[in-house]
Structures are given as structure tokens and as C-alpha cells.
Design a protein around this ligand. Structure first.
Ligand code: SAM
Length: 530
């Protein structure tokens, strides 16, 4: 009897607590069904996060079992629009960004994503294999009381730091360049790029150099890394990291990436870790939640599209070991990822997507809301904080098939159909009259805008002849008679002389290219111009 009465008391108490909670959270049920609040205005004025959170949970519950749990004739949109408002209020995003991110995921997963953005990601470091090995580095840090573990099976150089009694960015090992403080996600594009020793690689947007220095380490300081960044101030930290980590094969330059391959081209591989909105790194920079407008996203997407074409055009399709381009962002929005890749496939039919070689990550979207993308975009990879416990990231890898860019007539469509491309040009790049009628309609002409060493040689030879003229006229001011003699001699034997300069030039350039000092000296020139 006593036990029964105690049970009744407990049930009553639970009911009372539930009623109190309902009162506090404004959750109202009718016939066991959650009732959406009627007055939106009142809702938006509510600042009680507990109320908002409870409502979010209820709406998610209804949306996950909509047929059975919806109230009367309420539509899915009614619930979603209330949910979006509540999510903005609860997590502090602007409405535009909230909607953009919300639709990337199924409802429950979207909440997990927003929750994960509230929690810091693990601190990770990358062993600099130019100076040490992971096991030795781990031991050295453990001796200082650092609690760490390998990052995961997928990386041989990463360590995750759980806690440390010393600042991890100021240990003697850090100062000696034995490691780089680097987010785990930031390893992925370099792993996808898979640089091979002795290759020439361009890192188009490289500051502060986390990826450039990783590329240099994989190259074992052979070949060359062109570490470029448009922001001159940021190249200071890039240079500092290059020096600290003992990188000896890097050239630092400061161009707008869109100027490549006009600056230099013919690379074996190009990494474009593009400037982006940072929606993958909100846990590091919460200002992203509110400081990005629709216009910002449009501008970023435009810049990314221009940069990716430039990256593609900077690669030599005939590279014996490479011919690859990796495009990555630390953003999860479709505009900055699949949309950009799809645009590149449409504008550059001379590239195709290939596997990133990364054995985890979610497939890129081939469809997103009203958009349909090229089916091979499933080869790209997405990374999420709630799923992979790393920053949100995107990685795509292209292989360049040809240095010729077939132009399409129809640029209007935003999506790519899976069409076969048949060039109507011969191997020398000349336009051919042949080809099927329908193919001819799709292709216009061949443009060859990538790096061409022969064209460059001709330019340099032309400059050589002009310089010779200038020198002779200057010399004439000092030694008139001798100069007159040389000038007459020069005019008489102009064609013979010009021919000779070509021969001298060829012999000299061959000798320079073969000499060991070639790379070191060009590196010095570039670094000193900063
Ligand atoms: C995501 S960050 C690069 C991070 C770098 N890859 C790393 O791992 O340390 C993007 C960089 O792009 C640079 N950038 C912005 N616009 C650019 C442009 N038009 N050309 C080249 N770099 C650009 C920015 O200055 C910024 O340093």
C-alpha cells in the first residue's frame, strides 16, 4: 500500500514537473500533437533560449514524422520557416546564411552541424618530415608533458594534441620547425594533390603556407613549389613558415591568381585552396555567422570560378608525372564548391574529374535543390565537423587531358549535360574542317592560352636583339669610331648576326638549365622581390 502510494506521488510529481516545463518553454500540445505558435512576431521577440531550443526539438520531431505528427493542415513549410527563425535566434546566424546551410543537410543532421559549430575542433599538428619523424616528435612533446595521439590511420604525419602544459605554438620543437600547427582538414587537399618528387608545383593561394610547406615536404625539397598569394601582407607569414620549416625549394610570389598562367605556367600540378566564406570553420570564427551577405557569396563564387580556370590553364597536360589540379575550400556551401567545379567542367572540357584518392568523406552533390550537376561531381569529397570531427571542407581533383581549350557556343546553361566532346582540331592545334555536324555546332575553335616555352623563347630572343642595339648606341657616345665600325658591321651582317644570337641563346639557355645553381638563383630573385 505504502509502495503504491509512493509510486502515485512520484507520478504526480513528474506530471507537475512536465507541466512546469511546458509552461516555461511555451510548448503546447493538442491531442498529443505539438501546436506551432500562432503569432510569429511574438516568437521572434522571444529571447528565452530555453523556449527556442524546446521548440526546435519539437519541430524537428514533427518534421521527422510529418504525416503522423503534423497539426491539422499545417504544411511542411510552416514548420520549416518557424524552425529557420528559431535556429537563427538560437545559434546567432543571419537568415540568409542559415537558409543556405540548412538545406545542405536532412533536418536532424542540420541541427547536428549547427551544434558542432559551437564546439572547438581538436588541436592538430603536422610533423615536418623535412626535419624529423612523427615518432621522434611525439616523444619530444610527450617529454614536455604534452598529451597526444596519432590523428588517425589516414595520416602518417598528423598528431592530435589533447592537452599541453606548454603553449603548443611556442615549444622549442615548434620554433625549430619540427611541426606546423595545422587543422586536420587542411592535410586533405595536399594528400589529394599527391605531389611527386622533382615536380614543379603551384600553390595559387598559399598564405600562410600550411599546404605549401606540406607540398615541399612531400617533394623532399626537390623540384619547386611556387607559393603565391595575392595578399602581400600575408606573404610575410608564408615566408616565415617556409624558413622555419627548412623549405629550400620554394619561390614566394605575390600575384592575383587570375594572372596565371600569364606569369608562368606549365606546372605539373596546381593547388587552388581558394579564398572562401569560411562556413566550414565557424567554430574558429563565429563572425562568419553574421558578416556574409548574398552579395559576398556571389562575389566569392565569381572569384573562385575565375581562379579555378586560371589554375587549370596553368597546368601542363603533357606533364609526364602530373597534369593535376586540386580545388579546395574550407566552406560547405554548394555555390563555392560543386557550382564552381561544375562551371570549370563546362568552361574547360579539356579537364575531367578524378578520384581524390582520399578514403573517407562524403560524396559531392550531383543535385542540389533546383540544380543538377555533372554526374562525375560525385568524385569530389565533402567533410563536416559533426561527421568527421574536423573543419568543414571540400576537395575536388581534376586531370587535364589536353592543353587545347575547346570553346562551346552555348554558355547560357548553368549545368552540364553529360555530353561527349569531340574536338574538331588536329594535333598541331590548327582548325580542321572535319568533324560531325552536331559536334561542330558545339565547338568553335581552339584556343591555346597555356604556357608555351617556344613562344617565350621567341619573345626573349627578340628582346636580346633590341638590347644589343641599345647597347651599341650607348657605346657610340663614348667611343665613336669603334662604335661606328661595329654598327656598320652589324647592319651589314644583320641577318647573319641575328641567326648567331639564336644559336648563342640556345646554347646558353641549355647550359643554364643543366646547371645545378639554376633553381637556387631563381628562388633568391623571387624571394628578394617581396
Ligand atoms: C584559404 S586561404 C589559403 C590558405 C593556405 N592555402 C594555407 O594552407 O595556409 C586563401 C588565400 O587566398 C588568398 N587570395 C585571395 N584572393 C586571391 C587571388 N585573387 N589570388 C591569389 N590569392 C588570393 C588570400 O590572401 C588567402 O591567403
Amino acid at each position: 500500500m505504502e509502495t503504491k502510494s509512493r509510486k502515485l506521488d512520484a507520478a504526480k510529481k513528474a506530471e507537475a514537473e512536465e507541466a512546469e516545463a511546458e509552461l516555461q518553454t511555451n510548448i503546447v500540445y493538442e491531442d498529443d500533437k505539438y501546436v506551432l505558435p500562432a503569432d510569429d512576431h511574438e516568437t521572434l521577440q522571444s529571447t528565452d533560449l530555453q523556449v527556442v531550443q524546446a521548440r526546435i526539438q519539437e519541430i524537428v520531431r514533427v518534421l521527422n514524422n510529418f504525416r503522423e505528427m503534423r497539426e491539422g493542415n499545417r504544411s511542411r513549410n510552416d514548420y520549416i520557416s518557424q524552425l529557420l527563425k528559431d535556429l537563427c535566434l538560437y545559434y546567432g546566424y543571419n537568415e540568409y546564411l542559415m537558409e543556405k546551410l540548412f538545406y545542405i543537410f536532412p533536418v536532424s543532421e542540420a541541427i547536428e552541424f549547427f551544434e558542432a559549430n559551437e564546439v572547438p575542433r581538436p588541436v592538430t599538428i603536422r610533423t615536418n618530415t623535412l626535419k624529423t619523424r612523427r615518432r621522434e616528435l611525439a616523444q619530444a612533446l610527450i617529454n614536455r608533458g604534452v598529451n597526444l595521439d596519432p590523428i588517425g590511420k589516414w595520416s602518417k604525419v598528423g598528431l592530435q594534441v589533447f592537452d599541453s602544459p606548454v603553449p603548443i605554438g611556442a615549444t622549442p620543437e615548434y620554433l625549430a620547425g619540427h611541426y606546423m600547427l595545422q587543422a586536420a582538414s587542411s592535410f586533405l587537399p595536399v594528400m589529394a594533390l599527391a605531389p611527386q618528387e622533382h615536380e614543379r608545383i603551384l600553390d595559387m593561394a598559399s598564405a600562410p603556407g600550411g599546404k605549401s610547406t606540406y607540398i615541399a615536404a612531400l617533394l623532399k625539397n626537390t623540384g619547386m613549389v611556387f607559393a603565391n598569394d595575392a595578399n602581400k601582407d600575408r606573404t610575410k607569414s608564408l615566408v616565415a613558415n617556409i624558413h622555419r620549416l627548412g623549405v629550400k625549394n620554394a619561390v614566394v610570389c605575390n600575384y592575383d591568381g587570375r594572372e596565371f598562367p600569364g606569369v608562368i605556367g606549365g606546372f605539373d600540378r596546381v593547388l587552388l585552396d581558394a579564398p572562401c566564406s569560411g562556413t566550414g570553420v565557424i567554430s574558429k570564427d563565429a563572425s562568419v555567422k553574421t558578416n556574409k551577405s548574398e552579395q559576398d557569396f556571389q562575389m566569392l563564387s565569381q572569384l573562385q570560378k575565375e581562379l579555378v580556370l586560371s589554375a587549370i590553364d596553368s597546368v601542363d597536360a603533357n606533364s609526364k608525372t602530373g597534369g593535376y589540379i586540386v580545388y579546395s575550400t574550407c566552406s560547405v556551401t554548394v555555390d563555392e564548391n560543386e557550382d564552381v567545379v561544375n562551371y570549370a567542367l563546362r568552361k574547360r572540357p579539356n579537364v575531367k574529374l578524378v578520384s581524390t584518392g582520399l578514403d573517407f568523406g562524403k560524396e559531392g552533390f550531383t543535385r542540389y535543390r533546383e540544380k543538377v550537376f555533372h554526374p562525375t561531381i560525385s568524385l569530389t569529397r565533402r567533410y563536416y565537423p559533426h561527421m568527421h570531427n574536423m573543419d568543414g571542407f571540400f576537395v575536388a581533383k581534376f586531370k587535364k587531358i589536353s592543353n587545347k581549350i575547346p570553346k562551346k557556343n552555348d554558355d547560357s546553361a548553368d549545368t552540364v549535360e553529360d555530353e561527349e566532346f569531340t574536338p574538331i582540331t588536329d594535333d598541331s592545334g590548327k582548325r580542321s574542317r572535319g568533324g560531325k555536324k552536331d559536334t561542330a555546332a558545339k565547338t568553335e575553335e581552339v584556343e591555346k592560352i597555356s604556357f608555351n616555352p617556344e613562344e617565350d623563347d621567341e619573345l626573349i630572343r627578340g628582346k636580346f636583339a633590341i638590347l644589343l642595339f641599345v647597347w651599341l648606341f650607348n657605346y657610340k657616345k663614348e667611343k665613336k669610331e669603334t662604335a661606328n665600325f661595329i654598327l656598320i658591321f652589324f647592319f651589314f651582317f644583320f641577318f647573319f648576326f641575328f641567326f648567331f644570337s639564336n644559336v648563342i641563346y640556345s646554347i646558353a639557355s641549355q647550359a643554364i638549365e643543366n646547371s645545378e645553381g639554376y633553381q637556387a638563383s631563381s628562388k633568391e630573385i623571387c624571394i628578394n622581390t617581396l
